[in-house]
Ligand binder design. Sequence first.
Ligand SMILES: *Cc1c(COP(=O)(O)O)cnc(C)c1O
Length: 386
Amino acid sequence: MSHLLEHFSIQLDDLKQQGNFRQFTTNIQQGRYIQINDRNMLNLASNDYLGLNADLQLREQFFDETPNDQRWMSSTSSRLLTGNFPEYEQLEESLSQAFHGRAALLFNSGYHMNIGILPALADSKTLILADKLIHASMIDGIRLSTAKYVRYRHNDLAHLTQLLQKYHEDEAYDRIIVVTESIFSMDGDETDLAELVRIKKQFAKVMLYVDEAHAIGVRGEQGLGCAEQYGVIDDIDLLVGTFGKAIASVGGYLMCHAIIRDYLINAMRPLIFSTAQPPICMAWTNFIFQKILNLNPQRQHLHTMSQMLQQNVQTKGFDCPSTSHIVPVIIGASTQTVEKAKTLQDAGFYIMPVRPPTVPQHRSRLRVSLTAQITHTDLDQLTQLL
Ligand SMILES: *Cc1c(COP(=O)(O)O)cnc(C)c1O
């Protein structure tokens, strides 16, 4: 092996020794089930929270409604060049209508969105205050910006208020952007958005940036997220989310003021310098988005099942911070967690273990991700195995 390769090979050996080596597995999905290494299991690691990606009838209906001459498989360009097909504007119009007339802007993925918006908006006169547990994509966005940033303790809005009091009158900053998620991906807990908005209104320099990746489709009467559920759609300056989870498609969106939208079109590098998504994806996202507005029964069912599992996990004596469909079973030690996950997988439940560095030391966990396709029987069986 060459010296150049040997360096990387040693790093990989270290990962293997720590039990942290990752590799792809072939996943064959069918309905609620996933097949890995010839074993068929109930998929409890899915982000398809409403089961729409698994729904063959929806797919059939979409292609029936979309003639071949409208099935553009590529945009072949950025939207600022020749790539701005009508499908983009139709989807933005749908989003805008649902979100009280606010402006909508689309991105190739949630990751693109989070690494692009913050560097475009936040200059050296900006301070970013971010929850300790925000997603890696927002951390990367913050790092790409020239802003100073400070983390506040997870979901600790009193700590956030202290920091705002400390920095708000500081003349070094013209703007403060508070960055958080609504539902958090590892603990399944959520930010009190009504309280966050109340705090923001006390500080004139503050803009709120809230990522609804795990809440869009799942929360609110129409599935517009926690912002709809708590009645704060108009109060969150930068309301973002992904189409890659409950919406069963791909891409990211921002709801904001029209001025911010125009500014980002002129300043956001991942938007300007990357080929826009295939128009057929936009058409599919719009098709699904119209559906989710009316899926309240599925949301209710998911909510009921989630509450039951949270309770069961606690009754079994595990720590469980969740208030959502993402239900961690916190075990503690990594080896025990991996063994438990294997036992569950052997019994037909595909649940993944999550270990440091993704979560803090001694907080290893099974991460159960429920979808609207879960039944009472599934939950009973799963609970017994815990
Ligand atoms: C999944 C996720 C993203 C990334 O979205 P993609 O569309 O998958 O790139 C961003 N933020 C959060 C909180 C997420 O969970």
